[in-house]
Design a protein around this ligand. Structure first.
Ligand code: F0G
Length: 352
């Protein structure tokens, strides 16, 4: 069991003597070597960073533990965020631990059930906004300007600081940076954080190289790819249904400084990757997470040669958060039988 992000990487974080040090067990997530997809895609090495193994089931916990620690240090009594679901789950959990009031604004009807259940269980005040994530974030920015409540979306720099530790872990485990890093892009905080982490490690000579940052938006919610905000973003990957990312400029910088790309993947490509990840690798990520793998598949199909490259895909959140989608989108393989051996044998041994 890890000691948590604040303890493990404290020397790289903006901590002071007054910062409370605590952990719900975030960080130290597995970097799993691909057994099948990497070969099929012709990668020299392919790894998946399982951020769904964080305590609330997504990468948000890394940044949230820092943002909440700093909020407490600064005397906050409450925090607020807008969220497509994972940020709100994480904010609610860390607030519960520290007895802070959490206010979460979520787009009504657009958050996966598992994430909503988390925020409810952790005891956040849930405010459903009849609008999308971008509208909710605008409201949160204004509210927190006028009230003594700390904003904990990734426009809070402490979130980025915490999330950069995932890049440190990848480099610590591989012994260097990977050649390529594939990552989903929504509000663009995470791609910003990984790039910051890799650059810092490189400056400290903990790595010899820097990765190419390969970010992927959903095709119906791809403002960075199209070069303008999307008023009504649409995608099955609700976590990245965002039309005006807060860290847009930082994402462009990560792309350009790293020699990478920010591209889009269709919902069909996301669902294909979502199924392949589970059925070929035993890894169940949520649909938004699969955008990284969908992006890898797309780039390889378009001719990217990775035969000499070490590749990491970030699986940002757990598939368990969105069970409805799994059940409705994966071809059902269930057979109902009478409770007899004949029926079970017939069902088990029947040729598909
Ligand atoms: N993957 C998952 C599972 C997410 O929840 C998010 C963002 C992203 C990828 C994209 O990361 O925004 O840093 O580019 N979720 C936010 C939320 C928006 O409210 O939970 P990003």
């Amino acid at each position: 069991m890890g000691v948590g992000v604040l303890k493990k990487y404290g020397e790289f974080l903006p901590l002071t003597e007054d910062t409370p040090i605590f952990s719900l067990g975030e960080g130290d997530t597995p970097l799993v070597k691909s057994n099948r997809l990497g070969k099929e895609l012709g990668c020299k090495e392919l790894y998946f960073k399982l951020e769904g193994c964080n305590p609330t089931g997504s990468f948000k916990d890394r940044g949230m533990v820092v943002a909440i620690a700093k909020a407490v240090e600064e005397g906050a009594v409450g925090i607020m965020c807008a969220s497509t679901g994972n940020t709100s789950a994480s904010a609610a959990a860390y607030s519960a631990y520290l007895d802070l009031q959490a206010f979460v604004l979520i787009p009504k009807g657009e958050v996966a059930l598992g994430k909503l259940a988390q925020a409810m269980a952790y005891g956040a005040r849930i405010i459903m906004v009849d609008g999308n994530f971008d509208a909710a974030l605008t409201l949160v920015r204004e509210f927190t300007r006028n009230h003594p409540i700390t904003l904990v979306n990734s426009v809070n720099p402490h979130r980025i600081e915490g999330q950069k530790t995932a890049a440190f872990e990848v480099a610590d485990v591989l012994g260097d940076a990977p050649d390529y890093l594939f990552i989903p892009v929504g509000n663009a905080g995470n791609i910003t954080a990984y790039w910051k982490g890799f650059v810092e490690y490189h400056q400290l000579e903990r790595t010899r190289t820097l990765p190419r940052m390969m970010g992927f938006q959903a095709a119906g919610a791809a403002p960075i790819v199209h070069g303008h905000p999307i008023a009504n973003p649409q995608t099955i990957a609700s976590a990245i249904r965002i039309g005006n990312p807060a860290s847009w400029q930082q994402a462009l910088k990560a792309r350009d400084d790293s020699g990478g790309t920010i591209d889009k993947v269709s919902d069909d490509e996301i669902l294909e990757a979502y199924r392949l990840l589970a059925s070929r690798e035993g890894l169940f990520g949520e649909p938004a997470s699969a955008a990284s793998v969908a992006g890898l598949i797309k780039q390889v199909r378009q001719g990217l040669n990775l035969s000499d490259q070490r590749v990491v895909c970030i699986i940002t959140g757990s598939g368990l958060k969105d069970p409805d989608l799994a059940v409705s989108s994966v071809t059902a393989q269930t057979i109902e039988v009478e409770p007899t051996m004949e029926a079970v044998e017939a069902a088990a041994l029947a040729t598909a």
